[in-house]
Design a protein around this ligand. Structure first.
Ligand code: CTP
Ligand code: CA
Length: 229
């Protein structure tokens, strides 16, 4: 940690952090979800508050205690996450999308619990794509100079390495910074540690060695702070 003697370099800044994973309901008791624990987003919220920022934490389905001194907005679905993030972003100096929004949702949500058929058949679930919140807030900057940060968990594939995919995603999203994790093997989920490269639209590539999510959060805020106008 930076220690108690550090200047609160985010004092007076408003930041928005999203955390956790969204759920898309099939019926009142079932949903499609993902493995995001929310630990990285909560570390970002906690460290920003410790560095003096006003923090809004938009939290999706996380079982972690509210960080002290942070405004927490709870959401479940990607649409709710979008609404909360867009609203909070209107006055923000920085937005960090650490949440894992579900990419797809069922075309319709059954009002009644879906029952099994006697013939052993299973229902087909038709999905539609969810809105891309990061691309939207990057495109429609609510405030000039607001710094927008995304995350990408990549494994690399035939089309490119983890970093190639990260560069392409950064360009596609239009954000200022993209924190790229190599998740080959699924090691990051629920872990307190992380290892990443922070790519900048300005060409920067900051390698963050293996360490705690708190340590990574501090480096992310360092990179955000130096991009404030
Ligand atoms: N994100 C978002 N809205 C979505 C999906 C993702 O804002 N509907 C954000 C995430 O919070 C993250 C970044 O976009 O900061 C990258 O997420 P990722 O899942 O890697 O990107 P996708 O565009 O969904 O691409 P992929 O097909 O690789 O999942
Ligand atoms: Ca995705």
């Amino acid at each position: 940690d930076r220690g108690p003697d550090m200047r609160p370099d985010l004092a007076g800044r408003k930041v928005v952090v999203s955390a956790g994973g969204t759920r898309e309901y099939l019926d009142p008791v079932r949903f499609l979800g993902n493995r995001s624990s929310g630990l990285q987003g909560y570390a970002l919220a906690r460290t920003a508050a410790a560095r003096g920022a006003h923090v809004t934490l938009v939290s999706a389905n996380v079982s972690l205690a509210d960080p002290a001194g942070v405004s927490v907005v709870r959401v479940e679905t990607t649409d709710q996450l979008r609404e909360a993030v867009v609203a909070a972003t209107a006055t923000a100096d920085a937005v960090v999308m650490a949440a894992a929004p579900a990419d797809f949702r069922p075309v319709s949500v059954s009002e009644a619990k879906i029952k099994k058929a006697d013939d052993g058949s299973a229902p087909a679930i038709e999905l539609v794509q969810n809105p891309d919140i990061l691309a939207e807030i990057s495109r429609d900057r609510a405030r000039e100079g607001a710094v927008v940060v995304g995350f990408a968990a990549e494994t690399g594939d035939a089309s490119g390495s983890v970093l190639d995919l990260g560069r392409a995603k950064l360009a596609r999203k239009g954000c200022d910074l993209l924190v790229v994790n190599d998740v080959s093997g699924g090691a990051v989920f629920g872990s307190t540690d992380n290892e990443a490269v922070i790519l900048g639209a300005d060409g920067a590539a900051v390698e963050v060695p293996h360490g705690t999510k708190t340590a990574l959060a501090h480096v992310i805020w360092d990179e955000v702070a130096r991009r404030f106008p």
